[in-house]
Design a protein around this ligand. Sequence first.
Ligand code: GTP
Ligand code: MG
Length: 297
Amino acid sequence: MMRSGVVTLVGRPNVGKSTLINRLVGRKISITSTRPQTTRSLIRGVVNDVAGNWQMVLVDTPGLHKPKAELGHRLNRLVYGSLSDADAICFLIDATQPIGPGDRLIAERVGGAGKPVVMAVTKIDAAGPEKTGRQLEVAGVWDFDAYVPVSAFSGRGIDDLIDELSSRLGAGPALFPADMDTDQTEEFLIGELIREKFLDRLREELPYSMHVRLRELEEAEDLLRIEADVLVERESQKGIVIGKGGSMLEEAGSAARRELESLLGVRVHLALKVKVERDWQRRPAALDRLGYRIEGR
Ligand SMILES: Nc1nc2c(ncn2[C@@H]2O[C@H](COP(=O)(O)OP(=O)(O)OP(=O)(O)O)[C@@H](O)[C@H]2O)c(=O)[nH]1
Ligand SMILES: [Mg+2]
């Protein structure tokens, strides 16, 4: 009998949730960066059993953190809310970082959710066997249903993780058509890929202050014209995002264009404009307008 279900990936910012979902799905559906709080929405990715016995809908989520602005509060609510739709939870901790109060808080919440919890200890390629072993020992006190050390980079442990997660699916039909591996629209992914190219290039609070809003998407023959606004929160941030003589905008813009071209298989013309949307992270009305809404929760 066919089995299916939803598995939600949760953990602190930067533990590797998005890198892992991309590895599991086999394609980049969620952007990643060295900066915490990269992901800002729920991103679904589908994994189908090769033999057709099961389908698993994975949900990438924003990293759970101590919020500093309304955006953070909304994102945390979004993640905790998503747990009620999950059939199983995959809780990630980073093997290279000490387990902290943030991890413990999440452990409590997922432990109390009444769902099977599989812990993935991530980045074991960077941590090495000793650190990984100690991490597994410390995390073992939580007594979750399974513990799987993984590396999304090398692929170690990925098959074990798929086995552990898929074994927790219940009887049910496929939730997505076989040829659909994500629920993201092309427009959404384009905006995210543009934002991604700025994240690692920006310092301090700037990655958090950025939002990318698509204005135009026009396909003509083999050329895709994209116009997008890069929003920042303050006038003083504008210059940094533009860079000396426009260098930052140029660098990030051409990196985005190159990736979009290879992803979409068409030539891309990308025009970016930097604009100020004052304190958008703090203002509920601005958050609503920019799409950071938490429906019905
Ligand atoms: N060495 C190593 N680094 C990894 C691995 N997985 C992720 N990373 C790195 O960890 C950083 C964070 O990865 P993300 O996937 O963006 O983390 P996240 O948990 O989605 O972060 P948020 O969206 O901010 O919550 C990036 O620099 C990744 O390249 C891994 O298996 N090995
Ligand atoms: Mg992420």
